[in-house]
Every structure is written in structure tokens, then in C-alpha cells.
Design a protein around this ligand. Structure first.
Ligand SMILES: Cc1ncc(COP(=O)(O)O)c(C=O)c1O
Length: 392
């Protein structure tokens, strides 16, 4: 009898983050696991979505993205980073940045080629690499400030390297890559003729004066970088599924073909609404970052008071914590106890590492929540007294 499922589908597990959401729902917990906002999206963009549906923008958009959205992306890229893209040949709008990364890897990486990924990593990159037959090579970001060893990065590059994935601001660590770090990445990409796939979905969520640097701006990188972004986090619309890839015409042509046969296109009326979102005034982005800073500065001391050691994020809306003070042998058991007995869901740290042992004493929380939701979580965390499991 043939196997019912493909071999490649057996080489990765179900998303741990989304599993934690289901467990959280079962236990009526406060979900600080899966990173989506529980507060409303901006009124004008919701009105634009409704207007587009009522105006019957209800059929397929052009596969690589509605013209209005591509034009808005070009204008915003020019405004924020000085990088100019051709809307006709250099933009692909996909179903979220999730599909952008999958389409990019499927379009540009051959089976057996290596893709360098910093770890801890956002959990999608591993399965993306497996789906296209790539071999991931991991380079460690080291606590407490999540820097990497330049020599380790240099050793990861070789003539088998096809690409490197850079996620800045970073999930799960909150690291914001510095210009110097990106310059090193750029020099290695040029030296080894490698591509870079940047996941910049948190580009506007920055703290303490940190600045977002676009790798594509560095010498030699414009032509070899696929810059991936999306509406999900910036406009609190994770369910709309609108993301984008900015890349040279040669890379874009391949990405567009894969995208077309995977999904045809992102939701047409929501592309109109995201075009309107990209036209929001600068003040919107300042407010966004400031609101997240306040959430961060509320949650972190509360976590410390409840017994977690925290690694302060400089961007994105996650905090990695150290749970060794609780005396639990394992992050998965701890996360299950926290949601079942404590009523708060978080993500076991091991799901962000290729070697689960590296994350055994780590737990990730997110803070894309209303103040009252965070207060409810904090109240529960203060009461949480885990039963120590028997050592196995
Ligand atoms: C680093 C990173 N990339 C991509 C995504 C998914 O983005 P999208 O909703 O655009 O698919 C997430 C969501 O949590 C993320 O943290």
C-alpha cells in the first residue's frame, strides 16, 4: 500500500503556536501565544474594505496585485527607505507575508541548496525550506542581546548557500539588526553570490530609538534581496491576508509564477483597503510604536514580578523569557501547566530552535493586546504557582 501522505509533509510538525491557541480556547485562557491584536483595526481602512465590497470589487485582482496597491507600495517604499521599485515588474502581492516567503523560496531555491536562518527563528521558515527541498543552516543569536558571532556566520556561507533569511525586527527575540550586522550579511551575500529574503513585517514596531534598516538599501543588495512585508501587524488585520514581495524583475517574474499557481491572488477588496492604509499619515506609525511601547513596559515588569526573567525587546511585540526560576524541566510541560492551571497561553521556547534543548527553559509571550487583556493576564500570572512535575 502506498503511503497516504507525502514524505515531505511528515518532515515538519503542526504549528506549535496555533496548537497553543487551541489549548487556550479549551481552557478559556488569555492568549499571549499567537501574535495577533485583540484591538480594532483603524476605522478608515475598515470603511475602505466595506466600500470596496459594496462597489463589487469582488472578483480576482490581477494575480500579482491590484494596481492601486502596487502604486501605494512603491510610493511608501520610496518615502520610507528611498528605494524605488517598478510597480509593473518588481512587486508581487500575496496572501500574507507567509505566502510571500513560501512563494519566494519555491521560486528561487533548488532542492539541496542551503538557506541560512538565524535561530531562534519564526517557526514558518523551517517548513518553507523543507517544502522546497532546501537544507536549512542555522546561526545562533545569543542572549542576552541576541547578537551573533560573525565567524559563525562566515562559516555558514559556502558555495552551497542560495540565500539567507533575515527577520528584523525579529520574532521571537525582539532583536533589531544593526546597520553593522546587516553590512556583514550583505558582504557575505555578495562574496558568495547569495540571495537574501527579508521578513520585515514588524518594520514599524520599534522601541527606545531603534531604527529599521532595510537590507536592500546596502551596496550590492538591491538586486539580490526579496523584501517581504505585510499589512497584518502594522494595521491590526492579520485575518485579511495581504502581504508583498519587492524584488528585481528577474526574481519577481519567478515569484509571480509560483504565487499565481498557489493562490491566484490576495483578497481583492482587502487589497483596496490596504492601499488606503498605506496612505495613512506618519502620525499613525508613531502612535502604533508608542502604544506597543506602553504595552511592553507594562508587561515586562509584571512578568519579572511573577518569576520570569525577561529579555527586553527593541522591536516587534514579543518577549522571550527565561523560566528556569520555576524549576520545571521542560518548556512544553510548563506552557501546558500555565494555560491549564494558570489560564495564560504562551509559546514553548523549543519551537523556535532547531535543537529543542536550546529552548527548554524559554517561553515566549506576545503583547498585542488591549490594556485590560494584559491586566487580566498579569493578575493570573501573579496567582500562578506551578506544581513541580516529577523529574523524568
Ligand atoms: C516574523 C513573522 N513573519 C510573518 C508572519 C505572518 O505574517 P502574515 O500574516 O503577513 O502572513 C508572522 C506572524 O506572526 C511573523 O511573526
Amino acid at each position: 500500500m502506498r503511503d497516504l501522505v507525502s514524505e515531505r509533509s511528515t518532515r515538519f510538525t503542526e504549528s506549535v503556536i496555533r496548537q497553543m491557541t487551541r489549548l487556550c480556547n479549551q481552557h478559556g485562557g488569555v492568549n499571549l501565544a499567537q501574535g495577533f491584536p485583540d484591538f480594532p483595526a483603524p476605522e478608515p481602512i475598515k470603511r475602505e474594505a466595506a466600500r470596496a465590497v459594496l462597489a463589487d470589487v469582488n472578483q480576482y485582482a490581477i494575480t500579482w496585485g491590484a494596481k492601486r496597491l502596487r502604486d501605494a507600495l512603491v510610493a511608501r517604499s520610496k518615502r520610507t527607505s528611498g528605494l524605488d521599485y517598478d510597480p509593473e515588474t518588481e512587486i508581487t502581492v500575496c496572501c500574507g507575508s507567509t505566502e510571500c516567503m513560501a512563494s519566494t523560496m519555491l521560486a528561487l531555491v533548488n532542492p539541496g541548496e542551503e538557506v541560512i536562518v538565524f535561530e531562534p527563528f519564526y517557526e514558518n521558515y523551517g517548513p518553507d525550506a523543507i517544502l522546497c527541498g532546501a537544507v536549512p543552516r542555522f546561526v545562533r543569536l545569543r542572549e542576552p542581546d541576541w547578537t551573533f558571532d560573525p565567524a559563525e556566520l562566515e562559516r555558514a556561507f559556502s558555495n552551497r548557500t542560495k540565500a539567507i533569511v533575515i527577520n528584523t525586527p525579529n520574532n521571537p527575540t525582539g532583536k533589531v539588526f544593526s546597520r553593522g550586522e546587516l553590512a556583514l550579511v550583505a558582504a557575505l551575500c555578495v562574496k558568495w553570490n547569495a540571495l537574501a529574503f527579508t521578513d520585515e513585517i514588524y518594520e514599524h514596531i520599534l522601541y527606545d530609538g531603534a531604527g529599521h534598516m532595510r537590507l536592500a538599501c546596502l551596496d550590492g543588495m538591491r538586486e539580490r534581496t526579496v523584501t517581504i512585508g505585510g499589512a497584518s501587524k502594522t494595521y491590526a488585520v492579520t485575518g485579511w491576508r495581504v502581504g508583498w514581495c519587492l524584488a528585481s524583475p528577474a526574481l519577481t517574474a519567478a515569484i509571480r509564477k509560483v504565487h499565481d499557481f498557489l493562490t491566484v491572488g490576495a483578497p481583492a477588496p482587502l487589497q483596496e483597503a490596504v492601499a488606503a492604509a498605506l496612505e495613512l499619515p506618519e502620525d499613525y506609525y508613531h502612535r502604533l510604536a508608542e502604544d506597543y511601547r506602553q504595552r511592553r513596559d507594562y508587561l515586562l515588569p509584571a512578568l519579572e514580578a511573577a518569576g520570569f526573567r525577561t529579555f527586553v525587546p527593541r522591536g516587534a511585540y514579543y518577549v522571550m523569557t527565561d523560566i528556569s526560576g520555576f524549576g520545571y524541566p521542560d518548556d512544553v510541560a510548563f506552557a501546558r501547566a500555565l494555560v491549564a492551571e494558570g489560564g495564560v497561553a504562551a509559546v514553548p521556547g523549543s519551537s523556535f530552535y532547531s535543537d529543542p534543548v536550546a529552548g527548554r527553559q524559554r517561553l515566549r509571550f506576545h503583547f498585542a493586546r488591549r490594556r485590560e487583556t494584559l491586566e487580566r493576564a498579569v493578575e493570573r500570572l501573579q496567582r500562578f504557582r506551578p506544581h513541580r512535575p516529577a523529574r523524568t
